[in-house]
Design a protein around this ligand. Sequence first.
Ligand SMILES: Cc1cc2nc3c(=O)[nH]c(=O)nc-3n(C[C@H](O)[C@H](O)[C@H](O)COP(=O)(O)OP(=O)(O)OC[C@H]3O[C@@H](n4cnc5c(N)ncnc54)[C@H](O)[C@@H]3O)c2cc1C
Length: 470
Amino acid sequence: MTRPHDAAILELKNLLGPKGWSMERDVLETHNREARGKFEGHADIILFPASTDEVAKAVAICAAHAIAIVPQGGNTGRCGGAVAGQDQVLLNLKRMNRITEIDARDFTATVEAGAILKTIQDAAEEHDLLFPLSLGAEGSCQIGGNLATNAGGLNVIRYGNARDLVLGLEVVLPDGSIWNGLSKLRKDNSGYDLRDLFIGAEGTLGIITKATLKLFPHPKHIATAWVAVPSPEAALDLLALARRTTGDAIAAFELMCGFAHDMSVTHLPNLTRPLASQTDWHVLIELTSSRPTDDLQSLLTDLLGDAMEGELARDATLAQSDAQRKNLWAIREGIPEAQGFEGGSIKHDVSVPVSKVPDLLTRGMAAARDLIPGIRPCPFGHVGDGNIHFNFTQPLDMDKADYLAHWENLNRVIHDIVAGLGGSISAEHGIGQLKRDELAHYASAEKLKLLRAVKAAIDPDNRLNPGKVV
Ligand SMILES: Cc1cc2nc3c(=O)[nH]c(=O)nc-3n(C[C@H](O)[C@H](O)[C@H](O)COP(=O)(O)OP(=O)(O)OC[C@H]3O[C@@H](n4cnc5c(N)ncnc54)[C@H](O)[C@@H]3O)c2cc1C
């Protein structure tokens, strides 16, 4: 029997030509599976359009046949946002990967949505400019996915989230029409901010096809230090001191518990312990400056001297070479991978006001230990943004499956504490399918009503990425 789906597939194949689609098993297997393995898609066709026009026509075909479309970037998201259900069409932007302009006068880059984040960073650097969005998946995530999830990462404290780094967007709407908002304007108060609606919408309102991004002067100097701090409170005092004394040169400020640090240096190859001493809490601090005359090594040395004197730091080391700096970052960025060597882990990507981070950590760790005796808390993250990856590794003597069966119970315990502190259950990774019910649980009735009204207004037939976010 012919389904509407089959008729649409024929039209889509004709539209996009042989390079523009695949129904091959191994291609579909790769794109239907999210890396963490928590979500499995069922699409039997994936589209690879090469232009905005092709995206628009493909969306129009799907709309005419009442078929849902799931946009996909680098598929590095962790929330089940880019996986498609049965009879849905997966649309990956990877062939739309051009950087169409770097404008050194406007300090902008205009790019197609499928451009890999690292490629954009490199292209900016060739012009002695910086695109500051930086995250562990930057070698494979696409800028369209970064914008659709309002990605955060390592430099948010200085430059903001993906949302703060965009001037304009081009978006294909659920009926196949194209909204051209590809502006370079830094000021535009002419009505509702449509651009901001599509950023963070996780592909539920439109398919981002192009973006105009903000660029910055490329740093001329970088100074990086690893610091042993007595407590999360001390880390926050150190952050405040650093902000006051370095002229806001802080580009990154990461907190890690001792367990997270130990796992990284124990399980991952070729990493060197930064400090001989043991400590329960570590901070990675990085200063950058684009002023040729700045001496950041001295600035950071003075800061750490003051921190030691004020008992905000117990020990510290400054990276003296690029290799040493890379070692420090590899310890921090390797934590999620290293956690895998210690069994199952239950994860939370949450944020609270920066000053509430110590409260969150104390209460969260105590509540988790009450719920699951022997659990090993592994909090780390972008403390300067109040964003903690509040992960918990299984007890040593517990079966992995038995431990992971506690996922929802532990989520509820941690999310309740987060909500009580005025925080968010999703700091940077998004909602997708993973946290859709949690969003419905924690959002106010007014917020939910508005979210659903926006979705209904822009995508009344629920054709774009249904079942995600709201
Ligand atoms: C090792 C590692 C480290 C990470 N670190 C961070 C981090 O520090 N900060 C952070 O925020 N995230 C982080 N992530 C998560 C992930 O990389 C980001 O969410 C990233 O922005 C997703 O981009 P992507 O291209 O892979 O999107 P995908 O995973 O393909 O898609 C994510 C969502 O965006 C939608 N989407 C994708 N492209 C488009 C488009 N063109 N138009 C409309 N919707 C679209 C999809 O439908 C889906 O809902 C990390 C992931 C990994 C694997």
